[in-house]
Design a protein around this ligand. Structure first.
Ligand code: CP
Ligand code: NVA
Length: 311
């Protein structure tokens, strides 16, 4: 049996994804009731992070602690990976000691290489290609507040980046309509768009934020310059001027539409203060749900029957 990883949302079946979200909601309720569960007693999660993080790092570490396990955090500054030790070697060494690894890095291919050489499940904590853990929390949040997302209209405004790619994969898995509005030249990867279009629900790409938001049940955005693109900030600020999610744009969405942002946010750039701090914004619930949804994910991956690594 092959080892299970979570490198993209497509590494789980539609049924498994629904079950993960249901379990996350259940774990959250139990946690709020003060019920302590320690199914991961003596289990250790390794966190290999080559980019900054607040939410992902804290939610994984707290999740492990609350489930009875613990975690070890490695940044490039304190590990040999940062001094050039090959990822294949790091994967074999680390996975001989810990029970699961979550990795945040630049090239998605590097994460795939790590997973190929790992003897334990590997979780994508964000790459330049996608951010599947964030989508678990986003989908949990929508379902908690509005019920099923199947058949709903979701608008993605801004950069065709890692978060946009994960929304494309989520649209495929959870069968919602996705309308993406980006400036010209900042469209999502055509391969991922093609893949998402295999589902029955429309995936519409345009350069028209108003058209994308019209009647949407959920409006999402993200920073204009992602980690690693800091030197493009000024150029991007100019290109993305017409893509700010503000009250005027939100007024075109369906009544009761939600606003989401994975955070960190740049107020006055991709989102106005009144939208992120307004009634339709669910960004704090989204952020909290990182904890609960990743608990469900860790429980799922660490309860799989023993499997063999590919290397
Ligand atoms: N949304 C998110 O992944 O946040 P961090 O970069 O703080 O982990
Ligand atoms: N697109 C952003 C997401 C941060 C959580 C980035 O990659 O920096």
């Amino acid at each position: 049996m092959a080892l299970r990883h979570f490198l993209t949302l497509l590494d789980v079946s539609k049924e498994e994804l629904h079950a993960l979200i249901t379990r996350a909601i259940e774990l959250k309720q139990q946690h709020k009731m003060g019920i302590v569960q320690t199914p991961l007693k003596n289990k250790v999660l390794g966190l290999v992070f080559e980019k900054s993080s607040t939410r992902t790092k804290v939610s994984f570490e707290v999740a492990m602690y609350q489930l009875g396990g613990s975690s070890v955090f490695l940044s490039p500054f304190e590990s040999q990976l940062g001094r050039g030790e090959p990822v294949e070697d790091t994967a074999r060494v680390l996975s001989g000691m810990v029970d699961c690894v979550t990795m945040r890095t630049f090239e998605h291919e590097k994460l795939e290489r790590f997973a190929r050489y790992s003897k334990v499940p590997v979780i994508n904590a964000l790459t330049d290609q996608c951010h599947p853990c964030q989508l678990l929390a986003d989908m949990q949040t929508f379902i908690e507040l509005k019920g099923s997302i199947a058949g709903k209209k979701v608008a993605w405004i801004g950069d065709g980046n890692n978060m946009c790619h994960s929304y494309l994969m989520a649209a495929h898995q959870l069968e919602f309509e996705l309308h993406i509005a980006t400036p010209k030249g900042y469209e999502p990867d055509p391969t991922i768009v093609h893949l998402a279009r295999q589902s029955q629900h429309p995936i519409i790409l345009s350069n028209e934020p108003k058209q994308a938001v019209m009647g949407a049940n959920l409006v999402c955005t993200d920073v204009w310059a992602s980690m690693g693109q800091e030197q493009e900030q000024l150029k991007r600020e100019q290109a993305f001027q017409a893509f700010q999610v503000n009250s005027e744009l939100m007024s075109l969405a369906a009544p009761g539409a939600l606003f989401m942002h994975c955070l960190p946010a740049h107020r006055g750039e991709e989102v106005s203060v009144e939208v992120i701090e307004g009634e339709q914004s669910v960004v704090w619930q989204q952020a909290e749900n990182r904890l609960h949804s990743q608990k469900a994910l860790l429980e799922f991956l660490l309860s799989q029957p023993k499997a063999t690594a590919s290397k």
